[in-house]
Design a protein around this ligand. Sequence first.
Ligand SMILES: [Zn+2]
Length: 112
Amino acid sequence: MYSDEFISEIKEKLNNEKKRIEEKIRELTDPEDHMDNPHWDETANDAIEDIEQEAYLRIYRELLDKIDIAMSKIQNNTYGICVECDKEIPKESLEREPWAEHCGKICSGKQS
Ligand SMILES: [Zn+2]
């Protein structure tokens, strides 16, 4: 079991990360921002940039989903349990990736 202190630390991290990602999604989906961005070249590689934008958006949205799942797990007291083998995920992994769902590389490798 994790300490309450650790859990509240994780909650804070998840909240901060969520805000940061939502901000990035807003930047990517708001066309106004691109106008102000001197690095944004409207004429060059439009298609490629669209694809890149799509890819980033997908990554960010997946991350948001994971964060939401982690938050609901905290509520249900099931946070930090590996989805694969039901073991506790090491604190160090959760500190690095608070949305981690696997206890380690071996387990995450088995996914899919
Ligand atoms: Zn596992």
